[in-house]
Design a protein around this ligand. Structure first.
Ligand code: T46
Length: 133
């Protein structure tokens, strides 16, 4: 899907275990201005349900697993995040819904901009109209 894809990070492993390193503008295509993480979400809850006009993000499930529905307005995909070395890039104007969180899920998000509620699109019809334009 245009503007939404999986990234496979290299695992630096040895007999002691595994390590993934993330470096802005190297294996992440943008400058990272904000990091947040989501945890303690019950399985029955759906988070997200919005798109961003400006924001690019990479979502990494650093514990447990969850599913992400991504919708470009033309195509819908459901992606399961469960690999520690996998990130989901979600660019501008992609509707996202996160669901099916395992009890131990910790979803780490790297964001290209500071938090700004004004650039969220939280109404699905408004999102579809904006995609058409
Ligand atoms: C996204 C998905 C993957 C802040 O104060 N600062 C922040 O940086 C963020 C992200 C949120 N908040 C506050 C706003 C709400 O009062 O935290 C509360 C929960 O945020 P929200 O309902 O937007 O959370 P999600 O899980 O629905 O969505 C979040 C991000 O907001 C969003 O950008 O793409 O995770």
């Amino acid at each position: 899907m245009k503007n939404c894809y999986l990234i496979n990070f290299d695992i630096k492993g040895d007999e002691r275990g595994s390590l993934v390193a993330i470096e802005q503008q190297k294996n992440i295509s943008f400058e990272i201005k904000r990091i947040y993480y989501i945890f303690n979400t019950e399985k029955s809850f759906i988070r997200g349900k919005h798109a961003h006009r400006e924001l690019n993000q990479v979502l990494i499930c650093i514990s447990g697993n969850c599913k992400i529905k991504v919708d470009s307005g033309k195509e819908i995909k459901i992606i399961e995040l469960k690999e520690r070395n996998q990130g989901l890039f979600i660019g501008q104007m992609i509707w996202r819904e996160m669901f099916d969180f395992s009890a131990d899920c910790v979803l780490l998000v790297l964001a290209s901009e500071y938090y700004d509620e004004e650039e969220y699109i939280r109404d699905y019809d408004e999102f579809l109209k904006a995609v058409e334009q």
